[in-house]
Design a protein around this ligand. Structure first.
Ligand SMILES: Nc1ncnc2c1ncn2[C@@H]1O[C@H](COP(=O)(O)OP(=O)(O)O)[C@@H](O)[C@H]1O
Ligand SMILES: [Mg+2]
Length: 397
């Protein structure tokens, strides 16, 4: 068994003496993000092993698959020992698993980034420590905290479990509308109790609902060498808590503010790889919502829409290779295919479209694939998107 390499050194991919040039990359998780990382990495000469509990998960089509739970220490040990470097495509990897891998090999991003991103309370405190603006919020550990929280923040508000939330899961909206007035005014105990019950009394945070102008996200990559690049700010539209549409262009007025925030985050935790940060835009200013320590759905447009995709840049970043140009090749958008797939031929008859099918069994609210569409100018992009939207159903509740 090899010992953990000093300073997380990665063998050079030189291909001398006729050996294959590429490296063996381990990935914790084997969903569609792993699949797209694999597609990008295989094209650069690397090979992949994915650790995933599923039977034939999407990434199994582009590498070796170890079928095991993410807390299976034997499987984690095997992944660490057999691969040259390990990364992840799922942020809720148990912290103990991430620490086990990080002791045996290089895990990028590392456990610190996961610890922050897995817990909404820690995440908010981390952002506040960096001086970033957030929606007003309070910590919730009881029904009473919700009642007091609504009094303090005002309604409407949104209750979110601290852990394991994604695609709107683990969230309850509290309207606390006028009927609350004759049941004791703001902070209606009945509504608070049912919200608390709906999240099974899990530790949570309560946030004021932001009446945002739009939602945006920035995808950034930071290499082992410290080099950083930023993708253009993405504007995101959610439906029923799930990302439905992302559009990007050039010259967004909030680009540099988002880059500054992302740089602070990346450098504070010495982050390596691709990271995404989601924001609300209110009164023309950014309020941080959350971050994802991995490639992100709002960066999928880069596959075909940017000169270098987020997937390729993640691989380059963790290997310490120079980062590729993240700039868009024009105007680009992405539509998620959720719950069911449209007819590929009808979709591909729209010019500038690329089709991505993750090979998953359809299920309500499940992300099955996405479409990227590009155009030379915004008007053309919009008309192509309109055609696509007549063919693709948005996510429903
Ligand atoms: N405080 C808020 N104000 C307004 N909308 C919100 C707020 N929090 C969440 N949302 C809406 O719900 C979506 C999902 O919430 P988010 O916190 O990003 O959780 P996740 O993406 O992990 O499910 C957001 O993208 C946004 O559309
Ligand atoms: Mg989100």
């Amino acid at each position: 068994m090899n010992q953990r390499r000093e300073n997380c050194e990665i063998p050079a991919a030189t291909g001398h003496r006729g050996e294959p040039a590429g490296l063996h990359i381990g990935v914790i998780g084997g969903g569609q993000l792993g699949q797209m990382l694999g597609l990008a990495g295989v094209a650069m000469g690397h090979r992949f092993t994915f650790l995933d509990p599923g039977y034939e998960p999407p990434a199994a089509s582009v590498g070796r698959h170890i079928q095991a739970e993410l807390d299976d220490s034997e499987a984690l040990e095997r992944l660490s020992v057999e691969c040259d470097v390990v990364t992840l495509e799922f942020e809720n990897v148990p912290l103990a698993s991430a620490e086990l891998v990080a002791r045996r090999n290089c895990l990028m991003p590392g456990p610190q980034a996961l610890a922050v991103a897995q817990d909404r309370l820690e995440e908010k405190q981390f952002f506040e420590g960096l001086g970033l603006g957030l929606a007003p919020w309070v910590q919730v550990d009881s029904v009473n905290d919700i009642v007091q929280g609504i009094r303090h923040l005002g309604a409407p508000a949104i209750l979110k479990t601290r852990r394991m939330g994604y695609d709107g899961k683990g969230q309850v909206r509290l309207a606390d509308s006028s009927h609350a007035a004759h049941e004791g005014g703001p902070g209606n105990p009945g509504e608070a109790a049912s919200a608390w019950e709906a999240i099974d009394g899990a530790p949570a945070v309560l946030e004021k609902m932001v009446d945002f102008e739009r939602e945006v996200s920035i995808v950034a990559a930071r290499s082992r060498t410290g080099e950083i690049c930023f993708y253009p700010l993405a504007t995101n539209l959610h439906r029923a808590g799930i990302l439905w549409e992302t559009t990007v262009g050039t010259g967004d007025p909030l680009q540099s503010a988002a880059e500054e925030a992302a740089r602070l985050v990346l450098e504070k935790i010495d982050y390596i790889g691709v990271l995404a940060i989601e924001f609300f835009v209110q009164d023309g200013r950014l309020l941080v919502n959350e971050m994802a320590p991995r490639v992100h759905n709002s960066g999928h447009w880069s596959l075909g829409g940017a000169r270098t995709s987020q997937f390729e840049n993640h691989i380059r970043a963790i290997l310490g290779w120079p980062l590729g140009d993240p700039s868009p090749a024009g105007w680009a958008a992405m539509l998620n295919l959720v719950g069911s797939l449209p007819d590929a031929r009808a979709v591909l008859a729209v010019p500038g479209v690329s089709w991505h099918d993750y090979g998953k069994v359809p299920r309500p609210r499940r992300k099955l694939g996405h479409l990227t569409v590009t155009a030379a100018e915004p008007g053309e992009l919009e008309s192509r998107l309109d055609r696509l939207k007549s063919l693709v159903a948005p996510p429903d509740a």
